[in-house]
Write a protein that binds this ligand. Structure first.
Ligand code: SAH
Ligand code: SF4
Ligand code: F3S
Length: 513
């Protein structure tokens, strides 16, 4: 940790923060660390440091005794997993979790900045929390996650949301004890957001949300800089965890009885590219994880850019590597892909899909798509529709383009009218539903392997779980099979789920798709 970082807990006097000026640094000098878009844009200038000695300082021990924490999480799995780490730190400090803001002593909003509506939800929630803070000024309210990495958001919070006690960024999670401590001591807004490129901190405590499935980070950050995307600015540069740390974590999870792990990264295919001393990539990691006795291994998110033949080869070996790949395409038009900075064309994407299908004939492919990118013509949108049909995706997350502060695309005119964007989204969603229903239909009469997660959300008489291809299955069975792999015969397919009859618990080495 360098001197600048050590000094960086900022205490912001809200009276000063309410002034008009945008640059508050003149008031706070070294004890104020706001996010900086300029710094977030710089890449490769700083070495990534690995720290493996996280521990709670003695002076913070017991800080949370008799107190409760509540974390609301927005955004992707990365954020959900960060919440597990923060919950682990809270627990290590003596705090207890609570499921409602009403009896919480600390409330954190772990935010997402990917689209404007994600941000609006958070500002709305901060509004709702204001009366609670007024009734009980001792509550601490914090904003963390991707929104806090954005200069414009932090300025807005400083100016208009004085119910917020602390703002800290995605690179500052391990500093949570210090940040909370500052917030208790000063009762003024604490601001600590590093725009540096990010380190890797191992051995952070984690309080996982379940005991059947677990997330494992394999890399952080993103260097792809797709022109519409905020993530490279909010998560820093690509940096990979060492293989031995990942393998040890997965072994440990397997020993604890976890049945499925999902490897996380914004762009997992770039795993290992940043190692100077090691020629070890995602294919090597998957080959090593295949040997670990855990029934299912997934990864997300794949970028078509670095999806190499070695990876296809190892995935084709199956075993605990599931035959489901989420491969965001974003658009079916090569010209739009070019201005999105995606570095592949419609043709090369289809070629990759062809290669994957050849090696893994029963693979399920799912995707992400953006409609209404600047200048997207009707014809270009039609190309997305035809690409969808050509690949026959089984599911897609579909989005209306949302300009993000500081991204290259923000400088382009957001010139597709909202009605047109909505109409395109509607048409695309109809197609997505049609293909999803068709993919589900294939399972009628078949026997599938289901990892049973618990009672169905709608009916506690019914259990539910997911297949290797991530299809939701509902069926009646004794509760004792929760957490186990079972075989289920599918009786009826719906658009987004399958109904079936429980057959039996899967014996080891009996693998179905
Ligand atoms: N790293 C992943 C994506 C993470 S963000 C990848 O590259 O595939 C998840 C999805 O949000 C993206 O795939 C994209 O479809 C969507 N998205 C990102 N920025 C967006 C924006 N500005 N407007 C609309 N959708 C966006
Ligand atoms: Fe965003 Fe592109 Fe990185 Fe995905 S690969 S996180 S879309 S910049
Ligand atoms: Fe959102 Fe940040 Fe994830 S912007 S999608 S929470 S990486």
């Amino acid at each position: 940790m360098n001197e600048e970082q050590r000094l960086s807990t900022g205490q912001v006097n809200t009276d000063l923060a309410n002034k008009e000026e945008k640059d508050y640094s003149q008031y706070f000098q070294t004890v104020y660390t706001p996010p900086s878009l300029k710094k977030a844009r710089r890449r490769g200038k700083e070495e990534v440091s690995y720290f493996d000695d996280f521990e709670i300082e003695e002076r913070f021990e017991g800080m949370g005794n008799g107190r409760k924490f509540y974390i609301r999480t927005y955004g992707c799995q990365m954020n959900e997993h960060d919440t597990e780490v923060m919950a682990g730190i809270f627990t290590a400090l003596g705090y207890e979790p609570t499921t409602t803001v009403d009896d919480a002593n600390i409330i954190l909003l772990n935010t997402c900045a990917i689209r404007e509506n994600a941000e609006n939800k958070v500002f709305g929630e901060l509004g709702h929390l204001k009366p609670l803070k007024q009734r009980n000024p001792d509550i601490l309210i914090g904003v963390c996650g991707c929104m806090s990495q954005q200069e414009s958001v932090v300025n807005k919070i400083l100016q208009t949301y004085d119910q917020v006690d602390m703002v800290f960024g995605t690179h500052n999670i391990h500093r949570l004890p210090n940040i909370i401590h500052e917030a208790y001591m000063s009762k003024e807004m604490v601001l600590e957001v590093w725009s540096k490129e990010g380190d890797i901190i191992e051995n952070l405590p984690k309080k996982r949300l379940g005991n059947i499935k677990a997330w494992v980070n394999i890399m952080y950050g993103c260097d792809k800089f797709c022109t519409y995307c905020i993530v490279p600015f909010t998560r820093g540069k690509e940096r990979s965890r060492r293989p031995e740390d990942i393998i040890q974590e997965v072994r440990h999870l397997a020993a604890q009885g976890y049945q499925e792990i999902t490897l996380l990264g914004q762009n997992v295919n770039a795993y290992g590219k940043d190692f100077d001393d090691l020629n070890y990539r995602l294919a090597d990691l998957m080959a090593d994880l295949r040997r670990i006795d855990i029934p299912r291994v997934r990864f997300t998110t794949s970028h078509p850019w670095d999806f190499d033949d070695e990876l296809i080869e190892v995935l084709a070996k199956g075993g605990n590597l599931v035959e489901h790949i989420h491969l965001p395409v974003q658009s079916g038009s090569s010209s739009i892909l070019k201005i999105m900075g995606r570095a592949y064309t419609r043709e090369s994407y289809l070629e990759l899909v062809g290669k994957i299908r050849k090696a893994i004939p029963n693979v399920a492919l799912t995707t992400d798509i953006i409609v209404g990118f600047p200048n997207e013509t009707d014809e270009q949108f039609e190309e997305t529709m035809t690409l969808y049909e050509e690949v026959g995706f089984e599911m897609a997350y579909t989005y209306i383009y949302s300009p993000r502060d500081g991204t290259p695309a923000e400088k382009m005119k957001d010139n597709i009218p909202m009605e047109v964007k909505k109409e395109r989204l509607q048409r695309l969603n109809n197609l997505v539903n049609e293909y999803a229903a068709e993919a589900m239909k294939q399972f009628e009469g078949q026997v599938v392997e289901v990892l049973v997660e618990g009672e169905s959300k709608r009916n506690d008489e019914v259990l539910s779980g997911y297949t290797r291809k991530s299809k939701l299955v509902n069926f009646k069975a004794p509760k004792s099979v929760i957490g186990k792999l079972v075989n289920v015969k599918i009786t009826e397919a719906k658009t987004w789920s399958l109904d079936g009859e429980f057959l039996h618990v899967v014996e080891k080495d009996e693998v179905l798709n």
